[in-house]
Design a binder for this molecule. Structure first.
Ligand SMILES: CCCCCCCCC/C=C/C(=O)SCCNC(=O)CCNC(=O)[C@H](O)C(C)(C)COP(=O)(O)OP(=O)(O)OC[C@H]1O[C@@H](n2cnc3c(N)ncnc32)[C@H](O)[C@@H]1OP(=O)(O)O
Ligand SMILES: NC(=O)C1=CN([C@@H]2O[C@H](COP(=O)(O)OP(=O)(O)OC[C@H]3O[C@@H](n4cnc5c(N)ncnc54)[C@H](OP(=O)(O)O)[C@@H]3O)[C@@H](O)[C@H]2O)C=CC1
Length: 279
């Protein structure tokens, strides 16, 4: 649907680009002519993904190990990237979540979600934005959020809080950094099956029936999200700033997607906690 060189000349960093939606976006960006850097904690996974993209598509793809919860690590990554060449686009994709009864969350458990999803996203945005502004370069920040920013979402409260905060960042920076040539935009995906999301959100016994509850009767396809992201970071979307685009088949207009869990009994939650303790 796009001209082949839509993203030619753009150097793009995707956090969490080694797996799931990050890897799907990366593939599409390279197909459309971009140069790619992917980061995450698992270097082997990143290198495998980068190698596959290079061998399939012949593009320039590099992998950097970085834990975005650590500001010093983020700065070191950005310095290393910049030494080669500045990026033009940052994709805030890395995040964490799991389902839990909120009253059973320890402070450490809350932080395990908030640290990458909120703080890590802020660190990456600051590290890229300050470098762009200092060099008077243009830039685009695309953050992958969730429809919990609209509906809230029971049983994934720290994730809903963090995603909502990043939406606030997206709107606020649109005003503050727009005049400096930096656009901030976001996507709120509905259910796009990935190993990461299924592992965290669909423990044994949960059949939330995403497909049949979706107005369009199906989950999202990775390619659909990758295409929307490609458009939003491209120059064709140059007048879109501070906006979050929902891509969920209309699902959030029916429910937040977590209501099935209201039917879970305490015994079911107890079983879920015990299974986790054993793993
Ligand atoms: C309509 C549309 C439809 C809706 C469609 C769906 C919309 C989904 C929106 C969002 C989707 C996503 O984000 S999908 C992305 C999913 N991907 C990920 O989560 C990848 C990253 N995940 C991770 O790194 C890990 O899984 C995670 C546990 C989160 C963090 O790892 P860490 O090593 O930092 O953490 P740990 O040291 O293991 O644990 C830290 C503390 O957290 C606790 N903890 C860990 N897992 C826990 C759990 N399941 N339940 C309770 N507590 C837990 C531990 O007991 C520790 O607390 P103490 O015992 O007190 O020490
Ligand atoms: N799939 C879906 O249905 C939906 C997904 N989303 C959002 O889409 C994005 C991608 O999720 P998805 O692809 O499904 O899941 P994944 O689990 O595949 O993606 C998460 C990625 O983030 C990386 N990551 C996690 N923590 C850190 C960290 N501290 N530092 C650096 N990287 C980190 C992981 O790599 P590593 O572990 O190696 O660090 C992993 O590659 C997330 O923002 C998620 O909230 C939103 C709504 C629905």
């Amino acid at each position: 649907m796009f001209e082949k060189g839509l993203l030619a000349g753009k150097r793009i960093l995707i956090t969490g680009g080694g797996s799931g939606l990050g890897a799907a976006m990366g593939r599409r960006f390279v197909e459309l002519g971009a140069e790619l850097v992917i980061c995450g904690r698992r270097l082997e996974l990143l290198e495998d993904t980068a190698e596959k993209l290079r061998s399939d598509l012949g593009g320039k793809v590099s992998a950097v190990q970085c834990d975005i919860r650590d500001g010093a690590d983020v700065d070191a990554m950005m310095d290393a990237i910049w030494r080669e060449a500045p990026i033009d686009v940052l994709i805030n994709n890395a995040a964490a979540t799991f389902i839990a009864q909120t009253e059973h969350l320890s402070f450490r458990a809350a932080d395990a979600i908030l640290a990458p999803t909120l703080h890590g996203t802020m660190y990456c945005t600051l590290a890229a934005g300050s470098r762009w502004i200092e060099a008077r370069r243009k830039g685009v920040v695309l953050s992958i959020l969730s429809t919990s920013t609209i509906t809230g979402r029971a049983f994934t409260v720290p994730s809903a809080m963090a995603k909502s905060a990043v939406l606030a960042m997206t709107k606020s920076l649109a005003v503050e950094w727009g005049p400096k040539g930096i656009r901030t935009v976001a996507i709120a995906p509905g259910a796009f099956p990935t190993a990461g999301a299924s592992g965290q959100l669909r423990p044994e016994g949960r059949d939330e029936n995403w497909a049949s509850r979706n107005p369009l009767g199906r989950p999202g396809e990775h390619r659909e999200l990758a295409d929307l992201a490609s458009f939003l970071i491209s120059d064709s979307a140059g007048y879109i700033n501070g906006e979050m685009v929902v891509q969920d088949g209309g699902a959030h207009l029916r429910s937040s997607g977590a209501e099935d869990l209201l039917q879970w009994t305490d015994a079911q939650w107890e079983k879920q906690r015990a299974a986790r303790a054993r793993s």
